[in-house]
Design a protein around this ligand. Structure first.
Ligand code: ADP
Ligand code: ZN
Ligand code: ZN
Length: 761
C-alpha cells in the first residue's frame, strides 16, 4: 500500500505489510509480561507490539520515550505510546527493542492523548501523526540538541529598583545599566567579554528574575509600549474571556479589520501569562512576519518560541524544546504549532480563523483551527477565534451558542471603515484589465501624495498564451490546466505542477508569429502601471518578487515608510499589514470567485474582498475600495457591498442550508490517483462497494473525476461521503479506512482520506 503517496509499485517498506499481518492475525495465545506498544512511521493504523530492550530496567519505561527497534530488515526510531501486559501476538514472535533513546519522555500522556485523538478523527496512521509532532532530527532517533542559551534579556524592572541597587550591589547595577544601554538584549558572549568576572552578579540578577538567559534573536524591550486604552467593545471582549480563564470556553471574536483584535489577544494573554500559564497563538502563514514577532515580544515581554515552516531544523527543534520545557511561555506559530507540546496551557488564540492555510492539504490532513478547539477543551482553558470575516462554520457555531460571540463593530482609534464601490467593466476599454475610472482614481490618489494598492490574485504576466491564427493555447502537458506566461523570464510555467518551458516566439502548432497573452497577472499590471505613472515608485509583492527570505519584510518596510506610491500584488498583500498612508484599493477581478464549481468560492472571495479592503484607510484618511466585475448584479456581491460581511454570511449560510452543504452537513473525501484513470476508479469503486450496505445516514457520491482530472501526469478520482451527523460519518470511516489499505487495488494507486475537506479537488 502506498498511503504516503509513493509512486505506483513502490511500497514504503516491503516488510511492513507482512509484519502487520502477523500482528493482526497472530492469535496463537496471549502473552503476559511487559509489552511496549509503539508508534512507528508506517502506513498502518495500529500500534506495534514489542518487548522491552533486554538491558533496560522496565521501571524506567514511560510513554513518550523513543526507542530504536528492528523493523523488517532495517531499524527505526519508534515512540512508546502505551505499556501493556498482554499482546495478541505470541511472545516468540515479538521482537525486542534495541535500546531506549530518552531518559525522560519527550511528550507527556496528555499530549499523546491529544495526538491520538487527532489520528483517529482524521483517520490517519497514528505513527505518522505522532512522529510528525516531533522535530525532524528527533524523528530520526537523534539525541536532542542541548539547549545552549546565548542571549541575555532584561525583564521589565522599575526604574527606582535599578537606582536602589547602585549602592547596595554596584556590580549588579553596572550589569543592568549596560544591558539597558544595549536595548535590553545582548549576546552572552558580549557580556562575558565586557565583564569577564561578573558571573555572580549575573546569577544574582537571574535569581531575582530581572535578567534572563535564553536562545534565539529574542528582543525583549525594557521600554514596553503602554497598552492601549481599550474601546468599550474591546473592553467587553477582554472581560468576557477573563471571566472564564479557568475552564474551557470557546469565543468568536468577530471584529472588523482595524478594530484592535490583536490588542484584545494581548490583554487576555497578559493575564494568563501572569498566572504562570502558557499561551498558544496561531496565525496564518502569510501573517507570521518578523514585525509581528517583534510586536508580540515587545508587548508581552515574555520568552516567545516562534514556529513556522521557514525555520531550519535546528532552530525549529530549539523552539520546540523551549515550548516543551515550558521555557517559552508563548508559542507563536503557524498551522503545525498546534501540535507543539506545551505544559500548563492556559489560552489558545487563533487569529484569522477563516484562513485556509490552517488546513494541511497533504499527508496528515488536519485543520489547526479545529484542533485548537479540541486542544483547549482537553486543557480546560479558553480558546478565542478571531476574524474580520469569520468562516461560515464558526458563524454557525456562534449562532447556535456553541461559541460566545464577541463583536467589535468599529475601527479602533480614529480610523473609519472604507467605502466600497462596484465598477461594471462590461463594454469598457481596459488597459491591462483596468478601466479608465480606475486609472483616474489611481492618479488622483497619487497626486495627493497617498498610496494605492492594486490587487490581483494571479501572478505572472498572463494566465494563457494563445495563437490568434490557429487557436493554440499554452496547455500544460501534465495537467488539465494552462501554463502561465512569465514574460520577463521568457517562460511558460504551470502553477499546478511546476512544469515549464521557454516561451515560444512563434506558434508551436502553425508557426504563426501571432502569439498573444490572454488575461492579466501581476507582472502585467506592474508593466502597465509603470508606463502610466512613471514618476511614482512602485513595488510589486507576490511569490515571484518575494523569493528570498526576509525580502518581503524589506519591501513592506519601504511601503510603510511611504517610499512607494503604488503597490501591486497578490494575497501576500491582503493580510494584517498596516499601511497608514494607503487610501485606495483596487481589486482588478473579483469574478473568479463568483461563479465556480467549488461551493466555498463565494465565501473565499467575500473574505478576500473584505481583507483587502481592510488595508485601506487605516490611518486618519478615509479609504476607498473599487471592485471591478462583469457581474455587478450578483446577489452575494451586492449584499457584501451594500450591506456588510455579516449580511453576506447570513445569506450564504441560508444557501448552504438549503443545498444541504457544510457546515450543515459533514463531508469526507477519499481521493485516489494513478497513471491510468481506470486504476484510480477501480480502487474507489471497491471503496464505494464497501459502503453500499448503507444505513441511510451517509451518502456516497462517486467515484467521479476530480475537478482537475489530470495533474502532474496523474489521473485523479474522488469519492465524496456526506452525512448530517458527524458521528455517523466517523463511524463509517472507522469501518472503512483500515480495510481500504488492504484492498489489492490499493497497491496500484496513491490514495488519501480528507475529513472536513476544504477543497474538493
Ligand atoms: P485588527 O487585528 O482587528 O485588524 P489591530 O489589532 O491590528 O486590528 O489594530 C489596528 C490598529 O489600531 C493598530 O495600530 C493598533 O495599535 C490600534 N489600536 C488597537 N486598539 C486600540 C485602542 N483601544 N485605541 C487606539 N488604537 C488602538
Ligand atoms: Zn497557431
Ligand atoms: Zn502542470
Amino acid at each position: 500500500m502506498s498511503y504516503f503517496g509513493g509512486t505506483e509499485n513502490e511500497t514504503d517498506d516491503p516488510h511492513a505489510d507482512k509484519f502487520f499481518t502477523k500482528l493482526s492475525t497472530g492469535c496463537g495465545g496471549a502473552v503476559t509480561g511487559l509489552i511496549l506498544r509503539l508508534a512507528l512511521p508506517a502506513p498502518v493504523f495500529d500500534l506495534f507490539d514489542y518487548l522491552p530492550p533486554a538491558d533496560v530496567d522496565p521501571a524506567l519505561l514511560r510513554p513518550g520515550q523513543r526507542l530504536m527497534v528492528p523493523f523488517g530488515r532495517s531499524r527505526r526510531c519508534a515512540l512508546l505510546v502505551e505499556l501493556a501486559t498482554r499482546s495478541s501476538v505470541p511472545t516468540s514472535r515479538l521482537k525486542a527493542a534495541y535500546r531506549l533513546l530518552d531518559e525522560q519522555p519527550l511528550l507527556d500522556e496528555e499530549h499523546l492523548g491529544f495526538l491520538r485523538w487527532a489520528a483517529a478523527y482524521y483517520h490517519h496512521p497514528q505513527g505518522d501523526v505522532l512522529m510528525s509532532a516531533l522535530p525532524v532530527r528527533l524523528r530520526k532517533g537523534k539525541a536532542p540538541l542541548t539547549p545552549r542559551p546565548d542571549q541575555l534579556f532584561l525583564l521589565p524592572v522599575a526604574e527606582d529598583v535599578i537606582a536602589g541597587l547602585e549602592r547596595r550591589a554596584p556590580r549588579q547595577f553596572e550589569v543592568l545599566c549596560w544591558l539597558r544601554a544595549q536595548g535590553g538584549n545582548a549576546r552572552l558572549d558580549d557580556f562575558r567579554q565586557r565583564f569577564p568576572r561578573m558571573r555572580h552578579a549575573l546569577d544574582a540578577l537571574r535569581k531575582k528574575g530581572w535578567v534572563e538567559t535564553g536562545m534565539g534573536e529574542t528582543a525583549l524591550s525594557p521600554a514596553r509600549p503602554a497598552p492601549h486604552k481599550l474601546e468599550p467593545e474591546q473592553r467587553q471582549a477582554v472581560a468576557a474571556v477573563s471571566a472564564r480563564l479557568d475552564e474551557y470556553a470557546a469565543f468568536l471574536l468577530d471584529g472588523v479589520t482595524g478594530s484592535g483584535k490583536t490588542e484584545v489577544y494581548f490583554q487576555i494573554a497578559e493575564q494568563v501569562l501572569a498566572q504562570g500559564r502558557s499561551v498558544l497563538l496561531l496565525v496564518p502563514e502569510i501573517s507570521l512576519t518578523p514585525q509581528l514577532v517583534r510586536r508580540v515580544r515587545r508587548r508581552l515581554a515574555t520568552r516567545v518560541a516562534v514556529m513556522h515552516s521557514g525555520l531550519g531544523e535546528g532552530e525549529r527543534e530549539q523552539a520546540w524544546q523551549m515550548a516543551r520545557r515550558g521555557e517559552a511561555r508563548l508559542v507563536l506559530g503557524t498551522r503545525s504549532a498546534v501540535l507543539a507540546p506545551m505544559p500548563d496551557l492556559g489560552l489558545v488564540l487563533v487569529d484569522e480563523e477563516h484562513d485556509p492555510s490552517y488546513k494541511q492539504q497533504e499527508g496528515f490532513r488536519y485543520s489547526a483551527r479545529d484542533m485548537a478547539l479540541v486542544r483547549a477543551r482537553r486543557a480546560d482553558c479558553p480558546v478565542l477565534l478571531g476574524s474580520a470575516t469569520p468562516s461560515l462554520e464558526s458563524l454557525k457555531n456562534a449562532r447556535a451558542n456553541r461559541y460566545h460571540w464577541l463583536r467589535l463593530t468599529r475601527r479602533a482609534g480614529k480610523a473609519r471603515a472604507p467605502q466600497m464601490q462596484v465598477l461594471d467593466v462590461r463594454n469598457q476599454v481596459l488597459a491591462g484589465g483596468m478601466s479608465g475610472l480606475v486609472l483616474q482614481a489611481l492618479e488622483q490618489t497619487l497626486e495627493q501624495g497617498r498610496q494605492a494598492m492594486v490587487f490581483l490574485n494571479r501572478r505572472g504576466f498572463a494566465p494563457v498564451l494563445s495563437c490568434y491564427e490557429c487557436g493554440w493555447l499554452s496547455d500544460c502537458p501534465r495537467c488539465d490546466a494552462r501554463q502561465t506566461l512569465h514574460r520577463r523570464r521568457g517562460r511558460l510555467i504551470c502553477h499546478h505542477c511546476g512544469n515549464e518551458r521557454p516561451s515560444p516566439k512563434v506558434c508551436p502548432a502553425c508557426q504563426s508569429p501571432e502569439l498573444h497573452p490572454l488575461g492579466q497577472g501581476t507582472e502585467q499590471l506592474e508593466t502597465i502601471l509603470r508606463e502610466h505613472f512613471p514618476a511614482h515608485p512602485l513595488i510589486r509583492i507576490d511569490r515571484d518578487s518575494v523569493s528570498r527570505k526576509g525580502s518581503l519584510d524589506n519591501l513592506l518596510a519601504e511601503v510603510k515608510q511611504g517610499r512607494a506610491g503604488l503597490l501591486v500584488g497578490t494575497q501576500m498583500l491582503a493580510k494584517g499589514h498596516h499601511f497608514p498612508n494607503l487610501t485606495l484599493v483596487v481589486m482588478v477581478d473579483v469574478d473568479s470567485g463568483l461563479y465556480s464549481a467549488d461551493f466555498r468560492s463565494a465565501e473565499r472571495m467575500a473574505q478576500l474582498i473584505v481583507q483587502v479592503a481592510g488595508r485601506a484607510g487605516r490611518g486618519e484618511q478615509p479609504g476607498r475600495v473599487l471592485l471591478q466585475t462583469r457581474f455587478p448584479d450578483h446577489p452575494l456581491l451586492r449584499t457584501l457591498v451594500e450591506q456588510d460581511y455579516a449580511a453576506f454570511a447570513e445569506e450564504a449560510l441560508a444557501e448552504r442550508k438549503t443545498a444541504g452543504l457544510p457546515p450543515f452537513t459533514h463531508q469526507a473525501l477519499i481521493r485516489a490517483d494513478a497513471l491510468q484513470a481506470e486504476t484510480a476508479e477501480a480502487f474507489l469503486e471497491q471503496a464505494a462497494r464497501q459502503l453500499t450496505a448503507d444505513d441511510g445516514q451517509v451518502m456516497v457520491w462517486g467515484p467521479v473525476p476530480a475537478p482537475m482530472h489530470k495533474r502532474a501526469g496523474r489521473y485523479r478520482m474522488q469519492l465524496l461521503l456526506q452525512a448530517d451527523e458527524r458521528a455517523a460519518l466517523q463511524t463509517r470511516l472507522h469501518g472503512l479506512i483500515p480495510a481500504l489499505g488492504k484492498l489489492p487495488e490499493a497497491t496500484r494507486v496513491r490514495w488519501s482520506v480528507d475529513v472536513d475537506p476544504l477543497d474538493l479537488y
